[in-house]
Write a protein that binds this ligand. Structure first.
Ligand SMILES: C[S@@+](CC[C@H](N)C(=O)[O-])C[C@H]1O[C@@H](n2cnc3c(N)ncnc32)[C@H](O)[C@@H]1O
Length: 213
């Protein structure tokens, strides 16, 4: 069974997409996409030889070795970007994701699907600089964790400051916004009294979040 998180990624894809899944690990997502004819083509890639050999074995077990090429690659380093138009990176931190995307050939890529484990403000802001704007986001709650899956395309949009911090507002994400509020409150309580600057920054973040509550 594919996790809710990986299913959310799949939900942002279309049948014309030519995909590379960077950091595919067991290739569960690539196999699911292929088995369900969700996109035109899928390539599975990982920097770790052990992870990639697990992926290759799983792809073989699913009898999909002719349809899912695998590439041992650090990010996009060894990926032929003529063969793809969509990049998926999930389960990594923002700095690794942005490091990988530095090698992106922008004119060839139309869509990037990202699930970062941290610093979503930085991710949304830096993606804008790369010319990719948040088109949609899904908040997934699975195994006691919130995961944010973002779909970035070249369709220009202006961001409100709060969208850079907390994503695009969806009323069904209320629980997540309250979870963030609690988190900010906890951090605020821990800041020592004389750390005024840190306190002010946090008050500002709390103020931005208020509109979502
Ligand atoms: C936590 S797993 C996530 C697997 C899968 N993408 C998911 O979301 O379930 C991270 C994977 O990314 C791979 N990885 C980390 N840095 C990478 C890089 N620079 N290039 C390619 N793969 C990378 C790791 O080897 C690992 O298999």
């Amino acid at each position: 069974m594919l996790s809710l998180r990986l299913k959310a990624i799949a939900s942002f894809l279309e049948e014309t997409d030519r995909i590379v899944d960077i950091g595919c690990d067991h290739a569960y997502l690539s196999i699911y996409l292929c088995q369900n004819s969700i996109c035109q083509s899928v390539m599975a890639s990982d920097v770790n030889p052990n992870a990639l050999s697990n992926a290759i074995q799983n792809i073989k077990n699913a009898k999909l070795e002719k349809r899912i090429p695998t590439v041992l690659s650090d990010g996009l380093e060894k990926i032929n970007q003529n063969l793809i138009d969509t990049i998926i990176i999930s389960g990594m931190g923002t700095s690794t994701i942005l490091h990988i995307l530095k090698k992106m050939e922008q004119e060839k890529i139309k869509k990037v699907i990202l699930q970062s484990n941290n610093d979503l403000y930085e991710l949304r802001k830096e993606m804008k600089k790369l010319g990719f704007y948040l088109e949609n986001e899904k908040v997934i709650y699975d195994k006691n964790h919130y995961y944010i899956v973002g779909k970035y395309t070249k369709t220009f949009r202006k961001y409100k400051k709060r969208e850079l911090y907390y994503g695009i507002y969806h009323s069904e994400n209320k629980k997540y916004y309250f979870y963030l509020k609690e988190k900010l409150n906890t951090i605020y309580q821990k800041i020592p009294k004389n750390y005024w600057k840190e306190k002010l920054i946090l008050l500002y973040k709390k103020h931005l979040l208020k509109k979502y509550l």
